[in-house]
Write a protein that binds this ligand. Structure first.
Ligand code: 5AD
Ligand code: SF4
Length: 458
């Protein structure tokens, strides 16, 4: 390990991230919080001084993964003579922290999603083997305030957390219990983070929240007045020098207000991509899910968004096999998918989560029925995704170059529609916008050819 003369010797940090983009963001912030303590990221857990598993609790499968990963880490810890510190963070930590310590004594620390800023203090306690190993208090405001104010971006695209938690209580979902109530960051804090990132070369920001369009953050100090909505925030961020692309994820149909929809049409930095989970196309099931909207209400929102921005790519989340779902309910989901035409969709078999209302409902379906429905749905979604990608062939798209390909001379980036685009180019293009003519398309990516270098990155 290397050490500069006046810096502390580096300690290896390995973070394993499961689940959603919120966890990806949190893992970056964990890295930032630990940097002043001399922790530097390493590529593999073997030999690391600290391993953090940032966990996901959303479906049963995701939770099981944590325990099998912990089993492997325990062996590494033994091989290291006990030198490795193992921390479990994220939503499983929040939901079943005490259980984790009981089931896997090799775990040194357990901390919920609202406690990352306490990590340095917890590591110090663990090294002295004193105090509590569990930190799962809810205090999102304290977390927002305590996290480092500046950060080193990984590339030209960065997440910025603007909101956390959820008050919607969909009957299948653990998020309101693991991430707590909705809390929005202040506009001033968000703007200063975005300015800092833009000054370090970030060109694309994705505003992040469990229910991001429910954003209601305190207005800028100078402007005063009522809390701002996401639409107001987006329009304001679009004026920050260097920010050329804005995205947000993930949203709820109930919070798609007129101003946000209008911003898709009148704010050029707003990217033509909307991830709007619908979960089901059956009104009966949507009601049982406590989604607070009907299938036609959702169709109407998409129609209005498309009127504002005709080329918008629409993405969604879908669940098959919710308790009581009949063949007719499932067919209604298939019909909704045919009507909307998705660019991308994430589809899941319903997974019963302890403590949620749906877990107590009648009519849980056999695995085989869920499997069959998921297969039929995914076949349709794959066809739609491929068709959407192929519809780009022949167009010239501005692509933000985010990385190098596997082979020399290959680069990749992102289209406005969030598609991965591969093309032949050199490192000189990295972090820049290039115009690419799309010449190929598959299920998961596009192939492009350089049209001409841009004079500026606009
Ligand atoms: N079972 C299956 N899928 C779920 N999701 C959330 N909870 C469950 C569950 N219990 C899905 C939803 C949500 C996405 C993040 O995960 O589709 O939008
Ligand atoms: Fe879960 Fe529903 Fe909240 Fe999304 S809106 S996090 S699915 S409770």
């Amino acid at each position: 390990m290397t050490a500069t003369p006046d810096a502390k010797p580096l300690k290896g940090l390995f973070i394993s991230t499961h689940g959603c983009q919120m966890n990806v963001y949190d893992s970056e912030r964990i890295r930032d919080v630990l940097k002043p303590l001399g922790y530097a990221p390493v590529e593999a857990p073997e030999g690391a001084d600290l391993v953090v598993i940032n966990t996901c609790h959303i479906r049963e499968k995701a939770t099981e993964k944590v325990y099998s990963e912990l089993g492997r880490l325990k062996q590494m810890k033994l091989a290291s003579g006990g030198k490795m510190t193992i921390a479990v963070a994220g939503c499983v930590a929040q939901a079943e922290g005490a259980e984790i310590i009981r089931r896997q004594p090799a775990v040194d620390l357990v901390l919920g999603p609202q406690a990352y800023h306490k990590l340095p203090e917890m590591i110090a306690r663990a090294s002295r083997a004193v105090g509590d190993r569990l930190e799962t208090e809810f205090d999102t405001v304290e977390k927002f305030d305590a996290l480092p104010k500046t950060r080193d971006p990984d590339g030209p695209a960065a997440f910025v957390s603007v909101q956390e938690g959820c008050d919607k209580f969909c009957t299948f979902c653990v998020v309101p219990y693991t991430r707590g109530a909705e809390v929005s960051r202040s506009v001033d804090d968000i703007v200063s983070e975005v300015r800092d990132l833009a000054s370090k070369g970030v060109r694309e920001v994705t505003l992040l929240g469990q229910n991001v369009n429910a954003f209601h953050g305190p207005a800028p100090r100078l402007a005063g007045g009522a809390d701002w909505t996401l639409g107001q925030l987006v329009r304001h961020i679009a004026k920050i020098g260097g920010v050329e692309r804005i995205r947000y994820t993930t949203s709820h149909p109930r919070d798609m207000d007129d101003d946000l929809i209008a911003a898709h049409g009148d704010t050029p930095a707003m990217m033509p991509f909307l991830h709007l989970p619908v979960q089901s196309g059956s009104d009966r099931i949507l009601k049982a899910m406590n989604r607070g909207h009907t299938a036609d209400h959702y169709r109407d929102i998409i129609a209005r968004v498309r009127a504002a921005r005709p080329d918008i790519a629409v993405a969604t989340d879908l669940i098959v096999g919710f308790p009581g779902e009949t063949d007719a309910d499932f067919e209604a989901t298939m019909q909704l998918v045919r009507d909307i035409g998705y660019a991308v969709a994430y589809s899941f078999k319903y997974s019963s989560r302890p403590g949620t209302p749906a877990a107590e409902m009648h009519g849980h379906l056999p695995e085989a029925v869920k499997d069959e429905r998921l297969q039929a749905l995914q076949t349709l979604l794959r066809d739609q995704q491929t068709a959407f990608n192929q519809s780009q062939i022949g167009r010239v798209l501005p692509v933000l170059v985010t990385g190098k390909g596997r082979n020399a001379g290959q680069m990749h980036g992102r289209s406005p529609y969030l598609q991965a685009v591969h093309f032949g180019g050199t490192d000189a293009a990295l972090n820049q916008f290039v115009d690419l003519r799309i010449v190929g398309a598959s299920l998961n990516s596009l192939t492009g050819e350089r049209v001409r270098a841009r004079e500026t990155a606009s």
